[in-house]
Design a protein around this ligand. Structure first.
Ligand code: CO8
Length: 259
């Protein structure tokens, strides 16, 4: 099935999911979310792909949130739909490969929530991030109330959500909402650099580190520490741990196999 609302491309070991509705500032309608899920399923099967980058087409917008035209038709039952936007972003957060949001402009509402579901966020200096849902008399409902508070702290999250105020890229770095902000012309290259750094690590360690952080922060400290310990036990028995430690001792570059 060809995609109409996203582009799925690969470059080296990276898959790019590019939201392709620039005329609507890459607003996320249902069709776009369905295509994203389909693309994630396809990429999961591609062993040669090590990481996924989300971005938006054009220079203005990463994603301007849920499609407001479609929101006009939504009922309470739609908000409770177990396959809705919240589900899609949970799928992204727990995705089997690392994910990077390449934020090339506005990341608002569901667009900001998409970025927050990714493991790493790199923004261009012209990016603007925010959760303006209260302007529509709804709330951030795709994980925004939870993930923003966890990323920037409760006080800043409440300020952003209750006022609908946008953050510019510098402020987003300052509050830990994005890891860095780079000039628009350097954004793609920087994301490739970050991805290739991650891909130089042992894939099993990457998977288990991601899982330990995401799941650990959703549970109590004791359970999180046990999860970390069990993940480490798996890694201590792995070929890649032998390779990594030997390569260090032999002063050579490690070659990891993912087992
Ligand atoms: N939905 C639909 N269309 C949009 C959206 C959107 N979110 N954003 C922009 N567009 C459309 C505009 O309607 C316009 O279309 P047209 O040309 O046909 O009039 C076109 O894109 C260009 O928009 P602007 O002229 O406004 O472009 P600007 O560059 O001046 O401004 C902004 C860009 C700042 C991004 C501005 O368009 C804007 O504020 N957009 C809305 C942002 C917003 O409120 N986002 C939150 C949406 S609600 C949400 O995300 C809820 C998520 C949780 C849902 C959970 C469901 C269960």
């Amino acid at each position: 099935m060809p995609f109409e609302n996203i582009e799925l491309t690969t470059k080296d070991q990276l898959a790019y999911i590019t939201i392709n509705r620039p005329e609507a500032r890459n607003a996320l309608n249902k069709e776009t979310l369905d295509e994203m899920v389909e693309a994630l399923g396809r990429v999961a099967e591609q062993e040669e792909v090590g990481a996924v980058v989300f971005t938006g087409k054009g220079e203005k917008s990463f994603a301007a949130g849920a499609d407001i035209k479609q929101l006009t038709e939504k009922s309470a039952l739609d908000a409770l739909n177990p396959q809705g936007m919240q589900y899609v972003y949970d799928r992204i957060e727990s995705y089997e490969k690392p994910t990077i949001a390449m934020i090339n402009g506005y990341a608002l509402g569901g667009g900001c929530e998409l970025a927050m579901a990714c493991d790493i966020r790199v923004a261009s200096t012209n990016a603007k991030l925010g959760l303006p849902e209260l302007n529509l008399s709804i709330i951030p409902g795709a994980g925004g109330t939870q993930r923003l508070a966890r990323l920037v702290g409760k006080g800043k999250a409440l300020e952003m959500i209750l006022t609908g105020k946008m953050m510019d890229a510098q402020e987003a770095v300052q509050f830990g909402l994005v890891s860095e902000a780079v000039a628009p012309e350097d954004l793609a290259a920087r994301v490739e650099e970050v991805a290739s750094t991650i891909l130089s690590k042992g894939p099993l360690a990457v998977k288990l580190a991601k899982l330990s952080v995401h799941m650990g922060t959703e549970t109590d400290m004791k359970t999180g520490l046990m999860l970390e310990k069990l993940s480490q036990a798996i890694l201590f028995n792995s070929d890649d741990k032998n390779e990594g430690t030997q390569a260090f001792i032999e002063k050579r570059k490690a070659v990891f196999q993912g087992k």
